[in-house]
Ligand binder design. Sequence first.
Ligand code: ADP
Ligand code: GLC
Length: 482
Amino acid sequence: MTGAVKVLFVTTEIAPFSKVGGLGDVAGSLPKALRQAGVDVRVVTPAWPGVLDKVAAAGLKTTILPQHVCAAYNWEIREAAVIRTEVDGVPIYFLRAEDYNGDMYPPQLNFWSASPFAVFCMQALELHRAIDWTPDIYHCHDWTSAFLPCALAWHRHYRQKGGRSVMTLHNVAYQGVFEPDPFMLASGLEPWCFSPSTMEFYGQVNLLKGGIVAATAVTTVSPTYASEIQTYESTRELSGVIYQQRHKLRGILNGIDTVYWNPERDPMIPERYSLKKMSGKDLCREELLRKSGFDVKTQDPIVVCVSRLVEQKGFHLVLEAMDVLPTLGAKFVFLGSGHDWLEDGLTQAAAAHPDCIKFFKGYDEPLSHLLYAGGNIFLMPSVFEPCGLSQMISMRYGTIPVVREVGGLRDTVTDADSPGGGDGFTFLTCDRDGMLWALSRAIERCRNGAAWQQIVSRAMQQDFTWNRSAGLYKALYQEMTA
Ligand code: ADP
Ligand code: GLC
């Protein structure tokens, strides 16, 4: 790719090897689209426990590079072995080191648990020595790689290199906050780097704030979220900083991997189908009813949810509505894991109403495919949602989303009752009645075959490929290197 702009994706998750949520999906699919658009993009990511086994199980060829990468941190040399593989033409470098032997995301942040993320960023900055390829741009994602723009702008060793960085905000609610002592000294940053105009925030280190201030450009994952985070409370007070930096912020909508998420070819579902031949969806529905322990002959629509169970996703509204859900004439199937109080609430609801509520606790990729394919309605009542991929995946499988009009949900779903029609059902007010209003409209409409098919057809024809957005990222990279 001679002459192409060179971009190193710096990410702590990548599907299908280390996905936790949507960030993993994006890191696994956007680089492929960027390569097709003519960007020389490569990915660096930690080899968390089990990750290299998944790479081997996928039958991918790997090479251990002769040279290690080294970073100076906490008066030590922190070394990592570099293992290279290639997925659909995208080179991926896994860094294997003791730093990455623990849990991927620690429940509590402090100097010790935050250190692997700083070390990872410094090793990413050293990677060029091991691979004989120097990026024009470092593209970082969320707080876990936000130390990289800080080091590039302020660290006495890296700032001389004059490198450029993009900081993409997938979720401003997670910021990487912990005590400054002894992090500032250990990371090699001078005392002036801990100030209100750099990475200090209310007396703590805030890596995401540092990344936003230090990066050459900042992007987020939908146009609506780009404006919400300048004022919105879900940013945990960071909106003022983002507003100040808005001159370098743009919202670029995520896409999904439409080759992987494809009901016509998905090997994980019992029967494949397409808009032209929908009979396979009925078989998937039957299998989902069977697996959930429901009557397979029921005509009730199936409402499904696949989600992390955290406050962001609005599951407290679902729990508040538990007295009403069994009266709506639908079956409910939930798949997710997260906070105990949400898991316990769903477990209790399923035990109280085994004929219409089923809860699968945990993270289960194959089962998620069955829910997307076998469901009729996908519920996503998020309090805030930077972009959201699940609603796009569900639409691709002809499962109609019921969503709150917020962030990327607002940019991807149009209410079926709006002039000109739409591909989902939306509500604005973040309360139980708002959600029930949209959900009841969806369930009612689903019972009326012809009108429903029109909505399904519109949803399945939406273009969720990365093509357009990859073009927007490429344009940004070109502006930055012009
Ligand atoms: P977020 O990144 O905030 O979790 P997104 O909608 O962007 O939300 O992406 C979620 C991704 O994670 C989707 O691919 C979804 O299918 C997947 N996912 C979430 N929870 C589960 C689960 N319990 N089992 C399998 N996949 C899940
Ligand atoms: C975050 C957000 C989600 C977004 C994903 C990928 O996890 O919560 O809305 O789709 O990142 O950008």
